[in-house]
Design a protein around this ligand. Structure first.
Ligand code: ADP
Ligand code: MG
Length: 755
């Protein structure tokens, strides 16, 4: 098994969906690269490769070969650095756009029929117009040529190619008309330059790009915010002294002191003191969380009231915040299935448009009215301009970036664009009971001794001691188990101050219970299945079992050497938000199902409390995956919600696996969506987010494609024979610029939807 590395790095110079294809192809062709994803919205490439065959240099040169620049050495920049650079680029773009539009409007004033009567003579001079058009074409428009040359070398065309070809033809024709008017007069055409067309197109497109770039900065805000959460220094205690060190120097095991109002530098566990901590930036939960000795704290969250010391348990790239940043960056750079379709279409689109432009030219030249050459030229330029597939290339990734970022801000960590897309289609959702629908913190409610079940009369004292014996034995057994039921029993024994016995040969039997030797006696504790397996007769406690279970309690039986000693009942509270979350999901038309290893009756009681109708009870831990598959076989698209650690196989086989209440590597690995908080509202929010994101994408694609499909025939002159309507290339470029801007803005609207 080879070790593959995944790397995300910035790419410069992309403007449309076809650039994405070209770079992806170039990167995929590098030997040792297994996957390459290029994202137009984040302007990044994410590449999976074999580090023995590929290094940063090979990747950078593959990208450079097709005419773009890869920043393989650059780290994703912090908010400030990135802002300064982007701001500079933006300013540059704005200056070029405004200068072009100003010069362009002077030319329009001097050449537009009707308007030109009001213009000073000098502006009507063709040479003056040419002089005004030159800086626009070769200074402001230089970037189009720069991008065209390497693209042509690789026989690809991109949006810049189209603009360069379109405006150059208009410019060159006009220059010829100006300098050698007799050339066109011989053809019987009045010498009329079209400098207005070349200049205004360049100005509008640059202006469109300026707005687009500004809006795109907004789509990557979420990740910048997360990066900004990273604290810079930590105050560690060393030899009784407090010293401030950069966060990067904190090591595991260091003891750190945090005062009120300070940021917690790295992840760790509180040693001393207590406080309430604002974790909203990570979990999305707005209410501060109370923490004391033994509680886990997360780096990047803010300490509110108390002072405490804690031990660093995770540093550097292992902290939760670092993991979240990595996850969000990768997810934003990943591709939604719906986008592949759009990319594929636009890869055919550019060559087809080039052909259509040629056809437009030929048809107008051969069959059009006089001056045929001019009509042919202008119409084909309009076709070229209008067909730029940039809006199409932005439609999906900008929405994914905003959606994934919005998720992260609300404690919803989405693994990739595909998960975000699939989540809107689910129509069945399976909740694990313990720890997901319930708090997973069960407490012992009843201890019943065998003597009580056989109706022997006995004194209060002997009854008490019989119960204590049962609890003592059960707790001794459970000491070795990590199950939440075990914890409840051990805690209860501690409260009762019972001294536990030594256990040998301890064994946990998943989905059944535990067993072990205490002295010479074999003791077992667990459910019916376990008793059956060990042939313990439990018929006489049947009614007790039934009563406790119908109250929603989980009952365990204790037996020694094959003889039943008593029962221990444990109850877990249902989460506050469980009922309303279930209701909301059902309102969305999603079937809600509960799965549990617990018995049918207990499960029914809990299900009734939260409003779930369908339950899958007594499912062994390794049987959950099979149950998920069974429901998928019913034709359902299934989401599974669990804790991510012991439910990993079920989470993985569900269409969308949702892990709750953790941000650990294990959970993030197994799940498609990780919810940092334990609040069930987040499940509803995650699905809503998916639905809203998909709605935005569909609307974006509709506008991007619809606009091309409608306007290309108009630009070709389809309306001319009937209404004499032609699309002036100037309007074509305005429409084009507007379409990209509107797609990005529509994606930004996603930031404001309520989830
Ligand atoms: P879930 O996570 O759905 O509650 P599990 O598979 O963990 O289900 O457990 C199923 C059942 O197995 C429990 O309800 C309990 O009866 C029994 N069981 C599992 N582990 C233990 C244990 N350590 N001690 C006692 N009973 C256990
Ligand atoms: Mg469980």
């Amino acid at each position: 098994m080879r070790n593959l590395t995944k790397k995300t790095f910035p790419i410069k110079g992309m403007h449309c969906a076809s650039c994405v294809r070209v770079i992806e192809n170039a990167l995929s062709k590098v030997e040792g690269v297994t996957m390459a994803n290029v994202n137009l919205a984040s302007e990044t490439a994410t590449v999976t490769f074999d580090p023995q065959k590929v290094n940063d240099q090979t990747l950078a040169s593959a990208v450079a070969n097709v005419g773009y620049k890869a920043g393989v050495e650059e780290e994703i920049k912090t908010e400030d650095e990135d802002k300064i650079q982007k701001q500079k680029e933006l300013k540059n773009l704005r200056t070029k756009a405004l200068v072009s539009l100003f010069l362009g409007s002077l030319i329009v004033w001097g050449s537009f029929p009707g308007l030109m009567n009001t213009a000073p003579e000098i502006l009507k001079n063709f040479y003056v117009q040419m002089i005004l058009a030159i800086p626009v074409q070769f200074w402001a428009g230089l970037q189009f040529y720069k991008a065209t040359i390497p693209a042509l070398r690789h026989r690809t065309a991109n949006m810049d190619t189209l603009i360069a070809i379109g405006t150059s033809t208009a410019f060159l024709y006009s220059a010829v008309v100006t300098v050698f008017p007799q050339l066109v007069m011989e053809l019987g055409i009045e010498p009329m330059p079209y400098f207005d067309v070349s200049t205004v197109i360049i100005g509008l497109i640059l202006l469109g790009r300026y707005f687009e770039a500004r809006a795109k900065m907004g789509t990557s805000e979420a990740i910048k915010k997360l990066i900004g959460l990273q604290p810079k220094t930590a105050r560690i205690l060393k030899n009784g002294k407090e010293i401030d060190v950069p966060v990067s120097e904190v090591a595991i095991g260091n003891v750190i002191r945090v005062r009120p109002g300070e940021k917690i530098p790295v992840d760790g566990e509180i040693l001393e003191g207590e406080s309430s901590i604002d974790e909203s930036m990570i979990s999305g939960e707005s209410i501060p969380v109370d923490k004391s000795k033994g509680s886990l704290v997360i780096g990047g969250t803010i300490n509110k009231t108390g002072t405490f010391t804690y031990k660093a348990t995770k540093v550097g790239a292992d902290t939760m915040l670092a993991q979240i940043i990595k996850l969000v960056t990768e997810a934003q750079g990943s591709k939604a299935p719906i986008q592949r379709v759009a990319d594929l279409i636009s890869s055919y689109f550019v060559p087809i448009v080039l052909m259509l432009a040629v056809a437009t030219f030929v048809i107008w030249f051969d069959f059009g009215p006089v001056p045929a050459f001019l009509f042919a030229l202008l119409n084909s330029v309009a076709v070229l301009i209008i067909a730029c597939p940039c809006a199409m290339g932005l439609a999906t990734p900008t929405a994914i970036m905003v959606g994934v970022g919005k998720g992260a801000e609300n404690g919803i960590l989405i693994k990739d664009a595909e998960s975000l897309e699939t989540a809107h289609k689910i129509n069945a959702i399976i909740f694990d009971k313990t720890g997901t629908l319930t708090y997973g913190k069960p407490v012992v409610t009843d201890v019943i001794a065998r003597s009580e079940t056989t109706k022997q009369s006995q004194s209060e004292r002997s009854l008490r001691s019989a119960r204590d014996d049962i609890l003592q034995l059960a707790a001794s057994l459970e000491k070795g188990s990590e199950h939440s039921l075990a914890e409840a029993i051990v805690n209860k024994a501690e409260v009762e101050k019972l001294v536990l016995s030594k256990v040998e040969g301890f064994k946990a039997i998943p989905g059944h219970g535990v067993e072990g030797m205490i002295g010479k006696n074999k003791a077992i504790l667990g459910n019916r299945k376990l008793m059956e397996k060990e042939k313990v007769d439990i018929t006489h406690v049947g009614s007790h079992l039934a009563k406790l279970e119908s109250e929603g309690k989980t009952v365990m039986m204790l037996a020694q050497n094959g003889k039943l000693l008593g029962l221990i009942a444990v109850a877990d509270t249902v989460k506050d938000t469980a009922k309303s979350a279930v209701q909301n999901l059902q309102k969305m038309g999603i079937e809600v199902i509960m799965i549990t290893g617990d018995n049918e009756r207990t499960a029914q009681a809990i299900a009734k409390l939260v409003g779930i109708k369908r339950i899958l009870a007594e499912v062994l831990p390794d049987g959950k995956e099979a149950e998920v598959k069974k429901i998928q076989a019913e034709g359902k698209i299934v989401a599974m919600v669990g804790d991510g650690i012991n439910d990993a196989p079920a989470l993985a086989s569900a269409n969308v696996g949702i892990a709750m209440g953790t941000g650990t590597d294990v959970a993030i690995e197994a799940a498609d969506i990780t919810l940092v908080s334990k609040d069930l509202k987040a499940v509803v929010s995650a699905i809503l987010l998916s639905k809203k994101t998909m709605k935005t994408i569909r609307l974006n694609l509709f506008w991007a494609f619809g606009y091309n499909i409608i306007l290309i025939p108009v630009a070709m002159g389809a309306l001319y024979p009937f209404f004499h309507i032609l699309l002036n290339p100037i309007f074509a470029s305005a429409a084009m610029a507007l379409s990209s801007v509107s797609v990005v803005s529509n994606s930004l609207l996603l930031k404001r939807v309520k989830i």
